[in-house]
Design a protein around this ligand. Structure first.
Ligand code: OFO
Length: 177
């Protein structure tokens, strides 16, 4: 059993994860519109990953006999910018999520809620990896260019990366996660 405060904060994080999923779906659509097929696949894979994150939290609340409460998911911002902006927006978004996860850990530590602290460590590690991945993509766009052949190269790389994304997340999204 977890505290009502902890459960409220995890429910809020479920909403953020669902928003993240929606956010990436919007970016996938934007990439599709720009004919960036690899980039669209990468964002679509991110969309799926974020759903698994929401489900991990859902299952944790169920396992802890806490209520799952859904709230309205905001619309993602309308964007129509270039690929660099898509990834800069992504990095800013992920940094906000990292801050929110850290607040959840702070609460778990304050309450000496060891189970929730252990559960959240997966998300702490995941956020490090996610920010690093996006930073790397931005770096490669700066290096090779965000137009023409440089962009084609990176779009192809993202298509390959997308094929392997989410495999561990979806395996982990079950009740025992
Ligand atoms: Fe849910 O992992 Fe980033 O946002």
């Amino acid at each position: 059993m977890i505290s009502p405060q902890m459960s409220t904060q995890i429910n809020a994080q479920i909403n953020r994860e669902l928003y993240s999923s929606y956010f990436y779906l919007a970016l996938a659509a934007q990439a599709e519109a720009a004919n960036l097929k690899g980039t669209a696949s990468w964002f679509m894979a991110k969309h799926g990953e974020e759903m698994t994150h929401a489900l991990k939290m859902y299952h944790y609340l169920v396992d802890q006999d806490a209520d799952v409460k859904f709230s309205e998911v905001s619309a993602p911002p309308a964007q129509n910018n270039g690929v660099m902006s898509m990834f800069e927006t992504t990095l800013a978004h992920e940094r906000q999520v990292t801050a929110a996860i850290n607040e959840l850990v702070d609460q778990a530590l304050t309450e000496k809620d060891h189970a929730t602290n252990v559960f959240l460590q997966w998300f702490v590690t995941e956020q490090i990896e996610e920010e690093a991945t996006v930073n790397d993509i931005i770096g490669r766009l700066r290096l090779f260019g965000d137009q023409g052949q440089g962009l084609l190269l990176i779009d192809n790389e993202l298509a390959e990366t997308a094929k392997t994304m989410g495999q561990s997340s979806s395996a982990d999204s079950g009740a025992a996660a």
